[in-house]
Design a binder for this molecule. Structure first.
Ligand SMILES: Nc1nc2c(ncn2[C@@H]2O[C@H](COP(=O)(O)OP(=O)(O)OP(=O)(O)O)[C@@H](O)[C@H]2O)c(=O)[nH]1
Ligand SMILES: [Mg+2]
Length: 462
């Protein structure tokens, strides 16, 4: 029974395709050494084929013609990523070279690896638990230092260990409940731990993890921030100022920006996906019409809206209407052009919508750092928490929420003092479910389809 065919030797290009210094073709499986011996001609054969050593040589095709000069690493099982024999061929990174070498490897008997299949093998062999395997993808996708730190903690097994510990405690509680159920009064003394106390402790632990997902999700997915406002208020200038580049075209002609412009920016460790939009107004031609429609669509999806106004202009009816629409969403009223004499008053904005008002100048940069602080404040109540124990994956959050619900139900069933006639059976049922939910996170109790789903999101070669 091996639904994943771990006995096959798999191969893939493990580096991104494109011109570069080196590219790697990776093999894992029982035939990896034999395939490598057929294709690799070491420069100094006497020193070749030592495990975990790099060897210089050539990859040749079936007729013996040289394809590329490479460094080959042969890593003998079990001290490898997959715990199988692994070979990595480090060649020059060109699409043609990499494809050619992979082609020869496949012709020699390997099959193409599926997405994430190397990491799947690392998981199946027990080298990584499921949270660690998922952290590989998380680490690769990390866009800020803070995101990287959390992913690295998960990869090192921090999350897996914490969940394991919690699961072990729940199993003890379950054993106690089952003993009460089976033996009642004669339940062995060793089980007389303080159930309610321990249950509460685990419940608040799981609840804290569930809470941390808000922050964790932000770190992983980033925050979608949209700059909106009437034409010419300085939206593109603000985008450029925040990015510190001339990304968007700025002119004094209203209606300069017609399409969405999106860039990612690191604000206090949170990846912010910042979108500059077409100015909101009655469109005067079909292109502008599409631009305004795109702006509205993007606005609907925004996690946070920066509504920009021109402080040197009087308050406008169109602004009042737009602000009123934002009244009950995460939004900031940002008054730009603070370097010019101001005619727009805070209270005019506040009567339109109860939003925080910030003044800045995209031209001089004054107030821009305060804006970053305000963004963090609004979405994270002051910035990322120092702790790294964040839940970052929806899959984990989902099982933790389920687990918490089980623990809450169990807690209601367990009497505050030891009683033989309490509904131990129901409590034990909830506890068993809670344990199962945690087991799904670390991968102890996880089905084939779930694994397929998780690893299919990886890229090939990981
Ligand atoms: N004095 C001053 N001028 C600014 C400031 N920000 C932008 N401007 C000027 O305002 C004009 C419009 O700026 P943009 O950034 O193109 O404005 P926009 O909101 O993107 O305009 P549209 O794309 O047309 O909707 C330009 O001439 C900018 O130089 C500012 O803080 N102070
Ligand atoms: Mg613009």
């Amino acid at each position: 029974m091996d639904p994943w065919h771990t006995g096959d030797t798999i191969a893939a290009i493990s580096t991104p395709l494109g011109a570069g210094g080196i590219g790697i073709v990776r093999l894992s499986g029982p035939d990896a050494p034999a395939i490598a011996r057929r294709l690799f001609r070491p420069r100094r054969p006497r020193h070749a084929w030592q495990s975990h050593r790099l060897t210089l040589g050539h990859i040749v095709d079936a007729r013996g013609a040289v394809i590329d000069e490479v460094l080959l690493a042969f890593m003998q099982a079990p001290h490898t990523y997959t715990r199988q024999d692994v070979v990595e061929i480090q060649c020059h990174s060109g699409i043609a070279v990499l494809r050619r070498i992979l082609g020869e490897v496949l012709a020699a008997g390997a099959r193409p690896a599926g997405p994430g299949e190397f990491t799947l093998r690392a998981f199946l062999s027990g080298r990584l638990d499921l949270t660690q395997a998922e952290a590989v993808a998380e680490l690769i996708a990390a866009r800020t230092e803070a995101g990287l730190r959390v992913a690295a903690d998960h990869l090192a097994g921090g999350l897996g260990r914490r969940v394991q510990q919690c699961r072990a405690t729940l199993l003890e509680l379950l054993a106690f409940m089952e003993a009460m159920l089976d033996f009642g009064e004669e339940a062995p003394e060793v089980y007389s731990l303080d159930v309610t106390h321990e249950l509460l402790a685990q419940k608040s632990l799981v609840a804290a993890w569930v809470d941390s997902y808000r922050e964790g999700r932000l770190l992983r997915e980033g925050l979608l921030v949209v700059i909106a406002g009437r034409p010419n208020v300085g939206k593109s200038s603000l985008l450029n100022r925040l990015l510190a580049t001339e990304r968007a075209i700025v002119t004094d002609i209203p209606g300069t920006t017609r399409d969405l412009i999106e860039e990612t920016l690191d604000v206090g460790g949170v990846p912010v996906r910042l979108t500059d939009t077409a100015g909101l107004r009655e469109a005067r031609d079909p292109v502008e019409e599409i631009g305004v429609a795109r702006t509205r669509e993007r606005l609907a999806r925004a996690d946070l809206v920066l509504y920009l106004l021109d402080g040197s202009q009087p308050f406008d009816e169109a602004d009042r209407a737009a602000l009123a629409e934002l009244a009950h969403r995460p939004a900031l009223a940002v008054v730009n052009k603070a370097d010019l004499p101001q005619t727009l008053r805070d209270d005019e904005i506040r009567t339109a919508a109860p939003l925080p008002v910030l003044r800045l100048s995209a031209l001089t940069g004054q107030g821009v750092e305060e804006l970053k602080g305000a963004i963090l404040n609004l979405v994270l109540e002051g910035g990322l928490s120092a702790g790294r124990q964040l839940i970052t994956q929806e899959r984990h959050a989902h099982h933790l929420r389920n687990c918490l619900a089980c623990l809450e139900r169990a807690d209601k069933l367990v009497p505050r003092r030891r009683r033989e006639d309490a509904p131990w059976e129901l409590a034990a049922f909830e506890m068993r479910e809670a344990v199962r939910e945690l087991g799904q996170i670390t991968g102890e109790e996880v089905g084939e389809e779930v694994l397929d789903r998780i690893f299919s999101r990886f890229c090939i070669g990981k």
